[in-house]
Write a protein that binds this ligand. Structure first.
Ligand code: HAM
Length: 419
């Protein structure tokens, strides 16, 4: 069969043979977030485009190339969200969540949209899981956010991943560092790609994130931010590392981590699975101490991370890790004969009221076809309903795994199935 319509490029359907895996990963994420006392927040999938343009930064790839922007009927400019942090902070400010006591610890899951060249692990509509902790600059919080991510990945059973951390300093340090980068890259200006030539004057740190081979080669020996940190930044970073040790999170320091979004300060980190190929970041995040104020709130610090479900799924499939269980109905109802088939719904409804999951296929009428189907879906029980039995108010309960069966009064069925 071929449909008259195709999926938009870079998107995918989550079909039943994958959706149960998907549901499993989401459940593990939500349970882990709750273990750390994070509460769920749900924001719209589109926001004012300006929210992303300002927070991600005008030189970021997201803003320059990847935003799905549109104008509504009243001429307002919106964008499908490319990421979750700016919307969460917008909601935090708009709903005055700062007024509630303590750190706001929030988690979210949902689709994000980036117009990029699709490839394995990179899609135009992808699904993120993420957390944001807003209101504390304590290094303990940085470590706890990383520990949450680490715990989640461990609960999934993944072993093929690595945690890398870095500090990208504060605004003062970044200014000195940018200056050093300008001095380093300027002699190579003509060899840089067109984008990097602009980056050099607008946002030199972006050069280090460029994917063009020659730009990467030149960037190899560029100065690293860690050498420019002041005392406050160094002390913050050292304390994060100490807390990570206490949380028993193994990590390495990668001084080359620069994040693709503008809002980061201090701690930046990535979780990598090198077996995934080019798109090897299963998640990433960092601190953003200026973002809340930039979006119109008080001067409050924050930190968080987000990762893509697709890359987790790929990682889990590579490690053969599927413990997610496909939904198997407990009972397959087999109805033989016209009277039984005409009354089957009342028995099915009785079972479902007792929270027993049931499958019945009205298009299969013979005993053989129905028993075959019961075996195929691997349900635990078959309930066989015949015309004669129905008159006597009894059914046959067949234990499919054990090859045993008993006759029962219909009123006793649910207690047998539940025991
Ligand atoms: P990000 O690094 O842009 O950060 O994205 C986080 C993760 O989302 C990536 O590591 C990757 O797993 C996944 N991802 C990104 N783009 C795609 C794509 N096109 N297809 C599939 N997966 C993708 C952020 O989004 C920040 N908001 C993270 C954060 C939260 N920082 C602080 N709080």
């Amino acid at each position: 069969m071929s449909s008259k319509y195709n999926l938009p490029r870079g998107t995918f359907d989550i079909l039943p043979d994958v959706s149960y895996k998907w549901e499993y990963i989401i459940a593990v994420f939500k349970n882990t977030a709750k273990l750390f006392n994070y509460k769920e927040i749900v924001t719209p999938i589109f926001e004012e485009a300006d929210l992303f343009e300002r927070s991600s930064g005008e030189t970021s790839d997201i803003v320059q190339k990847e935003m799905y922007k549109f104008t509504d009927k009243k001429g307002r400019v919106f964008a499908l969200r490319p990421e979750g942090t700016a919307p969460v902070v917008r909601s935090f400010v708009e709903n005055n969540l700062a007024a509630s006591a303590g750190i706001q610890k929030l988690f979210y899951t949902g689709p994000m949209f980036r117009y990029d060249r699709p490839q394995k692990g990179r899609y135009r509509q992808f699904y993120q899981y993420g957390v944001e902790a807003i209101g504390s600059n304590h290094p303990y919080v940085d470590a706890e956010v990383i520990a949450l991510f680490y715990t989640f990945i461990q609960k999934l059973g993944l072993t093929e991943f690595e945690v890398q951390i870095n500090s990208v300093g504060n605004a003062k340090v970044a200014e000195r560092y940018d200056q050093a980068l300008i001095e380093y890259f300027t002699p190579h200006k003509d060899e840089l790609c067109f984008d990097c030539q602009t980056r050099l004057t607008k946002k030199p740190r972006r050069l280090l994130d460029c994917k063009v081979k020659r730009c990467r080669e030149i960037g190899q020996a560029a100065p690293v931010m860690l050498d420019y940190l002041d005392e406050e930044c160094t002390s913050h970073f050292e304390q994060v590392k100490t807390y990570l040790d206490q949380f028993k999170v193994p990590y390495s320091v990668n001084p080359k981590i620069v994040r693709g979004l503008d809002y980061y300060t201090h701690t930046a980190f990535e979780f990598l699975n090198h077996k995934l190929g080019a798109q090897n970041a299963i998640g990433a995040g960092g601190r953003y101490n200026g973002l809340v104020e930039q979006i119109g709130g008080k001067s409050l610090p924050g930190i968080g991370f987000a990762g893509g479900f697709e890359r987790l799924l790929l990682s889990m499939e590579e490690e053969n890790l599927f413990s997610g269980e496909e939904l198997i109905p407990q009972v397959y109802v087999v109805a033989i004969g016209e009277k039984a088939q005409a009354q089957v719904a009342s028995i099915i409804s009785l079972l479902r009221q007792e929270n027993i999951s049931v499958e019945y296929d009205p298009d299969k009428t013979s005993l053989k076809a129905q028993m075959k189907a019961a075996d195929k879906i691997k349900s635990l029980y078959a309930i066989i309903l015949g015309d004669d039995e129905l008159e006597r108010g009894v059914v046959t309960l067949k234990y499919l795994q054990e090859r045993k069966q008993i006759d029962l009064a219909i009123s006793d069925l649910s207690s047998y199935i539940k025991s």
